[in-house]
Write a protein that binds this ligand. Structure first.
Ligand code: NAP
Length: 349
């Protein structure tokens, strides 16, 4: 049997694509990735990057607070029907389980394996999975996301969610980061943005950069450097993240890149790694047009088409700029609509 639509990936973009494709009666198959330790360790778990974060405070529709009483006041006539609410917003894993369930409710089929390779040179397209399955598809939506790059220190793994983060926008407002010194690593726009964002909460923000000049755009670099709470440690790398089990991150030891004998310890309750992301597009083997960093290119303005007809891309694997759950979900919806219209235009019902 040839699938009408196969969605590869199961983060917000893959789930949104599946919800829309299922509701369009396309019976999508979502290849959601294997629930393996390796995928978690590599930062590409099934259901996406939100599975390795805690609270999600910026996804519309899930405000923190006493929602039960809020909704009672706000929606009086329906209050008797509302379920009790725990009061917290929503966590990353909760949000993703809800999205997956929503896709399941409309008839999405799931396969918990990784895609090993695809052949986009023939029609229908051919997909090979880690479990040895060969799947044929008329159209494909690629929604495999991207993973944050880390320096590769053992201590980064040890203190993940205990002060180590790769997303200030997601995690910066947490109590452990408030009124305390924080460290950001990197010299690109992300590092500048993270550092500037963190000044809202931190008592001080160190930017640790391996060279004596930033790669970031001038305006973003200046905004960060000129902030009174920001101090830049030039020509330095992170030697070790310091901490203990009870407190998580308590500081970092930095080492000079010009003079390696030079070390310094900085007190900090958080370490934000902002040295770029890597899109999960290797399995495509160069069959689709990408940027020099491997991000899939949308070939039609305002559409999710890729360089191969019938293949669409959604979410962070095609977006190194916004990289938010809400934008990923939005482009997932767009990809499903684009696929639906493409299938109809090609007489595949
Ligand atoms: P990026 O531009 O690739 O910068 C990565 C930074 O991390 C570089 O400064 C690099 O140092 C450093 N780095 C890389 N590997 C390292 C290592 N192993 N050890 C220490 N430092 C390391 O990535 P990005 O900042 O995530 O930006 C990605 C794209 O998104 C860019 O096009 C950027 O303009 C865009 N963006 C835009 C905005 C905005 O406009 N609001 C915000 C965020 C991102 P070197 O400089 O020495 O190579």
């Amino acid at each position: 049997m040839t699938e009408k639509v196969v969605v590869i990936g199961s983060g917000p973009s893959g789930c949104a694509a599946s919800i829309y494709a299922a509701r369009a009666n396309l019976q999508p198959l979502m290849i959601e990735g294997a629930f393996s330790q390796e995928n978690f360790d590599l930062g590409r778990p099934p259901l996406g990057q939100l599975m390795i974060t805690t609270e999600v405070e910026n996804y519309p529709g899930f405000p923190a607070g006493n929602l039960e009483s809020y909704l009672k006041d706000a929606v009086k006539e329906r209050s008797a029907m509302l379920p009790p609410h725990s009061g917290h917003g929503v966590s990353g894993p909760e949000l993703m389980e809800l999205m997956r369930q929503q896709a399941a409710n409309f008839g999405t089929q799931f396969l918990g394996e990784d895609v090993v390779s695809v052949d986009l040179s023939k029609r229908p397209f051919a997909i090979k999975t880690s479990g040895g399955q060969n799947i044929e598809a008329h159209s494909i939506i690629i929604a495999t996301g991207a993973r944050a790059n880390y320096l590769g220190l053992e201590s980064e793994k040890k203190f993940k969610n205990q002060g180590v983060s790769a997303c200030a926008v997601c995690d910066g407002a947490m109590p452990r980061f408030r009124n305390r010194p924080l460290v950001v690593v990197g010299g690109g726009d992300s590092a500048m943005e993270e550092a500037t964002f963190l000044t809202k909460f931190a008592s001080k923000v160190y930017i640790v950069h391996r060279r004596d000049a930033f790669r970031a755009s001038r305006i973003m670099a200046e905004r960060a450097i000129e902030h009174e709470k920001v101090e830049v440690k030039w020509n330095s790398t992170i030697d070790e993240i310091l901490g203990d089990e009870q407190n998580g991150v308590t500081g970092v030891r930095i080492r000079g890149t010009a003079d390696e004998s030079q070390t310094e310890e900085l007190e900090a309750s958080g370490y934000f790694c902002a040295i770029g992301h890597t899109p999960n597009t290797d399995f495509l083997g160069g069959q689709l047009e990408t940027t020099d960093k491997g991000y899939l290119v949308w070939t039609k303005p305002g559409r999710t088409n890729t360089s191969v007809e019938g293949v669409f891309a959604a979410g962070d694997c095609a977006d190194d700029y916004y990289r938010q759950a809400i934008t990923a979900a939005g482009t997932g919806c767009m990809a499903a609509l684009d696929a639906e219209r493409w299938l109809a235009a090609n007489g595949i019902e």
